[in-house]
Ligand binder design. Structure first.
Ligand code: ZN
Length: 235
């Protein structure tokens, strides 16, 4: 009985290593096929927003971006995009790019391969119905299972992670922390991860508040904001 339990533990350990640890180590740390920085010697940076659209936050964020004449990339949840087509239209009309984060923010680690493909197909169908051709995909929490990359590839999607974030989803982080972190730590070529949805209670409002001073400060510092599609698009 004890021996059987030991074998079961070893089996589970091997499954976790193969299904979770190896793909994440490889794609997050080793693979050159994952976009994590903007490749340019110029002083450019890419702002990216995950987990929207959300009527409580995205509209306020769009106002701040417009006031500062900054364009960025939104990695949306397809289910929410389908629920709020008017926000999607506004994002597009104001010159930003819309790409895909996932169907409804479930973690690929807990998905079987067929479910990973199914969620991606459903997401792309929703986006197509909204008139959006998706070229880039950011897995939730930047986490991969062994088929995440393959599913993206067969759907002609490039995977984008990030090079800097300000933990803006956390209940412990203040608008001042986000502001100081971004103003002090951003470097040329950074892809900045922020959020216009989910997170701890009303977290994206702190992000919006911080950006009111971050955007003019980074511009004064000589930074130009680019969208992921401007740098890496096939078109
Ligand atoms: Zn997310």
């Amino acid at each position: 009985m004890i021996e059987r339990r030991g074998k079961m533990k070893l089996f589970i350990f091997c499954v976790v290593i193969i299904y979770a640890v190896v793909p994440n180590l490889y794609y997050r740390k080793i693979s050159k096929k994952i976009i994590k920085k903007v490749s340019s010697k110029e002083k450019i940076i890419a702002l990216t927003f995950d987990d929207g659209p959300d009527p409580r936050y995205t509209l306020k964020l769009l106002d701040v971006l417009k006031q500062n004449n900054v364009r960025c990339t939104f990695f949306v949840l397809a289910e929410k995009a389908g629920r709020y087509p008017d926000i999607i239209k506004r994002i597009e009309n104001e010159g930003h790019y819309i790409e895909l984060h996932s169907l409804k923010h479930t973690n690929d680690i807990f998905k079987l391969p067929n479910k990973t493909e199914e969620d991606l197909s459903k997401s792309l169908k929703i986006m197509k119905n909204l008139g959006i051709k998706v070229e880039f995909f950011r897995p939730t929490w930047g986490i991969f299972n062994p088929v995440t990359f393959h599913c993206a590839k067969i759907n002609h999607l490039k995977i984008v992670l990030w090079s800097i974030h300000a933990m803006d989803w956390s209940r412990w982080v203040t608008a001042d922390y986000i502001k100081n972190k971004l103003i002090k730590d951003v470097k040329p070529g950074d892809i900045i991860l922020l959020h216009d949805g989910r997170g701890a209670k009303e977290s994206p409002l702190k992000t919006v508040k911080a950006l009111k001073s971050v955007l003019p400060a980074l511009k004064r510092d000589g930074y130009r904001f680019v969208m992921i599609n401007e740098i890496y698009s096939n078109n």
